[in-house]
Ligand binder design. Structure first.
Ligand SMILES: Cc1cc2nc3c(=O)[nH]c(=O)nc-3n(C[C@H](O)[C@H](O)[C@H](O)COP(=O)(O)OP(=O)(O)OC[C@H]3O[C@@H](n4cnc5c(N)ncnc54)[C@H](O)[C@@H]3O)c2cc1C
Length: 406
């Protein structure tokens, strides 16, 4: 039986980074991925992901973002390909909205350069925006986006270069703690043992670690790319990434990059929680309409023909803060990234590698501990951590301890 120091289960945003940071520390690491590398069934596909320093969700994220950016820059250096694209970020909404006020507060608290713009100033500066007259915006010049699929590829290829073993199309079906310490991980192809297992399975986390099932819930999203009348207005050197809170919901978007069209999404799209193995990947007119409604009213210059529509998955925790913690000496988990995790993947990999090798991390991860949910969660002792959840197969049979991943 093949043995490793650490097995990483799930090589998406977080797992690819964990594998890389473990390999950097000369750890014998095995990474197991259910699908291809890269793939479009999880949470990181669709070309790019926003990063922003004006983080209104919680001040804890700002220092992590700074370190994450340092690590992304290091990765582009060793990988020899540009991964980080600075466009500036806009956070806009009516006065009093969380997105606008939180962003201003975060900039002030962390002394970030920023400008507060009224709606007409914003349109003057970036003609793609057409917000109601009373709306306000924060422009923070250091935000931008990451080429997310390439980031995953970069982490994996650099991990391999440093000696990591990587297997794709090999979903983990079951796992258990070994009586003398360590962990056993079972796939359709083989059984492996290691001192530590790191679960970074995104929307499938709750299927592998049963007690996390209510804490990391998959939600269907749809992203759209649309043809602008004047593409130059939406080129990334002239159009910033944005978060927009309006009465129709909270939207985010990007200028044109690598594939045709202005890219737009709505947080929590139609509010459809789902089983990641059964998610409806067909895009319907109702999916397109929530994006069109935003285009028509707030970005009329981009309200042209549809160029692409894709489904994707959020994995939401109850408070939308991340879950990064240790379940036992041998088991680490990172999940519930709630639609805002990609930008932190580089530093999350570093955190997981530190936890796996040193038992602790230099980063402040207090906000992400499972203890905050503990009253509703029985995770004391180790017996509960034996093996995956019992889940039903497509045919409805109880297939016990087996994860129904492809
Ligand atoms: C539409 C959309 C837009 C987003 N926009 C942003 C943004 O602008 N900025 C931002 O910071 N974040 C954004 N996010 C969130 C970000 O992409 C996610 O938080 C991040 O990808 C989560 O990383 P993860 O590693 O937990 O999951 P994933 O990246 O999905 O990786 C999990 C991996 O585990 C694998 N896996 C699952 N089960 C098994 C198994 N049994 N065995 C082996 N492998 C397994 C999966 O196949 C997958 O590859 C967005 C997400 C979506 C869906």
């Amino acid at each position: 039986m093949a043995t490793f120091d650490v097995i990483v289960v799930g090589l998406g945003a977080m797992g690819s980074s964990a594998a890389y940071h473990l390999a950097r520390r000369d750890v014998r690491v095995l990474g197991l991925e259910a699908f291809d590398i890269p793939h479009d069934q999880g949470s990181y596909h669709g070309v790019n992901r926003i990063f922003r320093l004006a983080y209104y969700e919680h001040p804890s994220y700002v220092p992590l973002m700074s370190r994450a950016l340092e690590l992304w820059r290091e990765l582009e250096e060793v990988f020899g390909e540009r991964l980080v694209f600075v466009t500036g970020s806009v956070d806009a909404g009516p006065p009093g909205s969380e997105v606008f006020e939180g962003s201003v507060e975060s900039c002030r608290l962390h002394d970030l350069p920023h400008e507060v713009l009224g709606s007409s100033d914003l349109s003057h500066r970036f003609p793609g925006f057409h917000l109601p007259a009373d709306h306000m915006a924060v422009f923070q010049p250091d935000g931008g986006f990451l080429a997310s699929e390439r980031c995953v590829v970069a982490h994996i290829m650099e991990a391999q270069r440093l000696g990591a073993t990587v297997h794709a199309r090999e979903p983990v079906r079951d796992w258990s703690l070994l009586p003398g310490g360590g962990v056993r991980v079972v796939t359709d192809r083989a059984t492996y043992e290691a001192g530590t297992v790191v679960f970074t399975a995104g929307s499938w986390l709750g299927k592998l670690v049963g007690e996390l099932e209510p804490l990391a819930v998959a939600e269907r999203q749809v992203l759209g790319w649309f043809q602008p009348r004047d593409p130059a207005v939406f080129s990334p050197d002239r159009f910033p990434v944005f978060n927009l809170e309006v009465e129709e919901g909270r939207y985010y978007g990007f200028g044109i990059f690598r594939v045709p069209g202005f890219k737009l999404g709505r947080y929590h799209h139609l509010g459809e929680t789902t089983d990641p193995d059964r998610v409806d990947r067909t895009v319907r007119s109702a999916d397109e309409e929530v994006l069109r409604a935003c285009l028509r009213r707030y970005f009329p210059a981009a309200d042209g023909p549809t160029l692409s529509l894709k489904t994707c998955l959020f994995t939401n925790s109850p408070d939308e803060h991340f879950i990064i913690d240790r379940l036992s000496d041998e088991v680490l988990v990172a999940g519930g990234f709630s639609g805002h995790g990609f930008k932190f993947a580089s530093v999350v990999g570093e955190i997981l590698a530190e936890l796996a090798t040193e038992g602790d991390t230099r980063h402040d991860v207090g906000l992400f501990r499972l203890a905050r949910f503990r009253s509703g969660l029985e995770t004391s002792g180790t017996e509960e951590h034996q093996g995956g959840t019992r889940v039903e197969s497509e045919a409805g049979d109880d297939v016990g301890g087996v994860v129904q991943n492809p």
